[in-house]
Design a protein around this ligand. Structure first.
Ligand code: NAI
Length: 256
């Protein structure tokens, strides 16, 4: 049995994944704001440090996999705090415990939104690892009324960070594949408000066209994450895998 840390286990995709892994006999250390093995706020540095320390203690310093699912989607600076710095802080903090395992694996949850328009200043500051600058830039975007760009900015930054670090000695050199699943629209509490508001529903369907089988259940995304962090994945790293009902090829066209 493997020991796997999963963030966002109180709801949606993280909850589905934790259930699947536990059913298969793995030990899951769930991390979330509440209703988790490790309760911590990943939006702030102190919360991330606490999450890392508690998870390392529960894992005994060795983790077979880490999956970062916790995330938020609103038009404020929160996506930058949680979806980028929260994920990066957790992964970097837990990486030494992964390096101590036989077949370590890591995965994050990106989004088709990472292909939507972003704010370049926010993305640049994220990739520089400068959280105060990223939050200052994000606050300006929010105030200007373009807060809708902050969630895409957080997910685009995460994908770019992942593609940079995955081939370094710390990750590839330590035998740790690091990949992302990028969903389209998934039926979780995160998207419930979009289904309930007629105007939002229309915007969502235009932004994320899903010709193959429509909206996904969280278990579909969890299955894909599960394979990414399984021992079978020895050679895939740095990939953003779109599990989005065809939204990505619809929006970007046939060129790869
Ligand atoms: P959800 O809202 O059902 O679950 C997210 C979980 O993250 C919640 O349990 C929440 O408490 C936790 N979380 C939020 N802020 C946190 C913080 N500061 N510290 C610790 N935990 C925190 O959402 P869902 O749909 O399961 O989303 C999971 C991931 O999938 C997110 O990264 C989201 O951006 C991504 N995603 C979701 C899509 C969807 O359509 N639902 C589409 C594309 C990506």
């Amino acid at each position: 049995a493997r020991t796997i840390a999963v963030s966002g286990t109180a709801s949606g995709i993280g909850k589905a994944l934790a259930g699947m892994l536990r059913d298969a006999g793995d030990t899951v250390i769930g991390i979330d704001l509440r209703d988790a093995d490790v309760c911590a706020d990943l939006s702030v540095p102190e919360g991330r440090a606490g999450a890392v320390a508690q998870t390392l203690e529960k894992a005994g310093g060795r983790l077979d996999a880490v999956v970062a699912c916790a995330g938020v989607s609103d038009f404020t600076v929160m996506p930058v705090k949680v979806n980028f710095f929260g994920v990066v802080g957790l992964l970097e903090g837990l990486r030494p415990a992964l390096a101590a395992a036989e077949a370590p694996r890591a995965a994050v949850v990106g989004s088709i939104s990472g292909t939507h328009p972003v704010d370049d200043d926010v993305v640049r500051a994220c990739l520089e690892g400068d959280e105060p600058a990223a939050l200052a830039a994000a606050a300006k975007v929010e105030e200007s009324g373009a807060g809708g760009r902050l969630y895409p900015s957080s997910k685009s930054s995460l994908a770019q960070w992942m593609r940079r670090v995955c081939v370094t000695p710390e990750w590839a050199g330590a035998g740790i594949p690091l990949n992302a699943i990028a969903p389209g629209v998934v039926k979780t509490p995160m998207t419930t408000p979009l289904f309930e508001d007629e105007a939002m529903f229309k915007v969502m369907n235009e932004a994320v066209p899903m010709p193959l089988n429509g909206y996904a259940d969280p278990e579909v995304i969890a299955e894909a994450l599960r394979w990414l962090v399984s021992p079978s994945n020895t050679h895939m790293t740095g990939q953003v895998i779109y599990v989005d009902g065809g939204a990505e090829p619809t929006l970007r066209g046939p060129a790869t």
